[in-house]
Design a protein around this ligand. Sequence first.
Ligand SMILES: NC(=O)c1ccc[n+]([C@@H]2O[C@H](COP(=O)([O-])OP(=O)(O)OC[C@H]3O[C@@H](n4cnc5c(N)ncnc54)[C@H](O)[C@@H]3O)[C@@H](O)[C@H]2O)c1
Length: 343
Amino acid sequence: MHVLVTGGGGYIGLELCRLLLERGDRVRVVDRFFFGDGPLRALAEASAGRLSFRAGDVREIDEAWLDDIEGVSHLAGLSNDPTAEYNPGANWQMNAIATEHLAQACRRRGIARFVFGSSASVYDGIGPGMFDELTPVAPRGAYSISKKYAEDALLQLAGDGFAPTILRQGTVYGWSPRMRFDLVVNTFVKDAVTVGKLYLHGGGWQWRPLVDVSDVARAHVVALNAPLDAAGGEIFNVMQENYQVRQLAMLVAGSLSLHGRPVTLEEAPLPKLVRDYRMSNLKLTERLGFTPAVTVLESIDTMLQRLPLDDVGWLANPRWYNIAWMSVLEEMHAAQRPFASIY
Ligand SMILES: NC(=O)c1ccc[n+]([C@@H]2O[C@H](COP(=O)([O-])OP(=O)(O)OC[C@H]3O[C@@H](n4cnc5c(N)ncnc54)[C@H](O)[C@@H]3O)[C@@H](O)[C@H]2O)c1
């Protein structure tokens, strides 16, 4: 299959590109490359011409991106609450409107398979509980509201040969060539390595649905190749397991102690916005026959093998923290073009 991966230079996108190439697929990436194109360039060089990429903004769709494309995995956009709240207008255009426009373009071109990287954060605001795809949602932050708008737009466009699949991805953990250390497990690993101390806000009793980055990539591949009547016009929760934050801290601390690095856990006050819910991945298992399997413990071990554990400077690079890096880009941009924005 020839697959367009938007946001293919990002944390999940790179792993998805790697997996598609491994399967023998062809890949075209479109990305703003906020975080650079280094890892993708390396992947392209090793792909014998099967991976091509171009810089582009999904708010300005070029129909040529879709030439010869048989399936789309749409991952581009602002990918967390802080970056969305920083510029809600840009977030809306990138995450909500651009998704709708890209789907409309695919529908016009007869591209049936469109897999959307949505987010479990659409369950934000309901309160604690166990949620599945039938749970009524009423998201409250700029990020999750934009994801929900995009989901609804895709479901409305479904039909007449267009078969979008919505993946509500839990919080992701694990190693990718473009790392993010602003996601709970990865942040704990980074803090354990750099300062040897993990803070448990409100005791860390909150529940979160989590999934390894390689399993998210696999879920996209499964959805891209599933029978259209099983995956089209459907929403699937994607997670390996529900974990309490406290449990995650203990898994990280225990793993680090095996490397001879003691880690202490300390209680801290609760922040204003707290996520605390579980979700079910039963539909993904039953309908698409795929169950994410890489555990947090296994993923921590992989990260510890791959991270330069003694290079704390590498871990401090703002590039690995979306809001920190976007703030740096914004400052650099403003210095050259006052009153203009990077977003
Ligand atoms: N990582 C998670 O925990 C998680 C969880 C749920 C959902 N998601 C969703 O999955 C997708 C990928 O997340 P990620 O963790 O890989 O994020 P990421 O920030 O690492 O990657 C996003 C990529 O999209 C690109 N991009 C941003 N705006 C763009 C635009 N306007 N046009 C073209 N490219 C643009 C960025 O340059 C980046 O390479 C996002 O849509 C995110 O909302 C992520």
